[in-house]
Each structure stands twice: as structure tokens, then as C-alpha cells.
Design a protein around this ligand. Sequence first.
Ligand SMILES: [Zn+2]
Length: 128
Amino acid sequence: MSNSDQLRIDFREHDLPPRWDGDRVEWSEWTALTEGNICPPPTSSERCEQCRSTAAPMSSRGTVITDYGPNVVPIGRARLIGRAQRSHKLVVFRCADCQHDTVWEIDTGQHWDLDPSDYTSAGSWSIG
Ligand SMILES: [Zn+2]
């Protein structure tokens, strides 16, 4: 790990994104991913895309809590679709070497590489 990597981690406001597209996320404790306790199965990529490490990553599960108060109007089509499911699951994999986080959105099967902006109180937003 380089000094600049360490600096980047130290400045993370939150250990994991506190929000996902605006909705609260409750993250589980970190657990070490070892063979035999992987459920759901890990991502297809077995190497960290940042540092190419093959070390077993740490994993945490996130539950997205969709709160729609009386004054909250869902914005955009994705929010309307999400409204039917009040929560969904995320799994984050953290590289043991460089601490890079990749989030797997189970419902959509999409993978997201987190960048420093995702660790602010605003949380992670999909762009586009
Ligand atoms: Zn890595």
C-alpha cells in the first residue's frame, strides 16, 4: 500500500456508503471471505481490479432501507421501480491489500466500484 492510498482511506468520512441512491443502508459486520462460507457466490472477477491482488477479500452485506415519507416523491423511473421493493441487498467486497471496495447489487446483478465520493454522508449515487 502506498502512502497516498493510506491517506485516501484515512479521509473516508464513512467506512461504507451510508446511503445508496439516497436510501439508507445498514451494513453488516465485516467478515472474511473464505472458501465454504460464500453465499451468495463471489463475483466472477477473482482479482482485485485495482491492485490485481488475489487475497481473499473482506465482505459485508448491506440492506437498503427505502423510506418514503409523506412528502417524499420518488424521482425518476428507477425510484418508482424500487418503491415496490422496500429493501434490497448489497454485498460489498473489500480488497485485503488495497482496501478497494466493489459493491454487488444483488437485484440487478450489477457491480459498482466505489470511489472516495461514495464514502461521504451523501452516499453512493449511480451516475447516468
Ligand atoms: Zn486491491
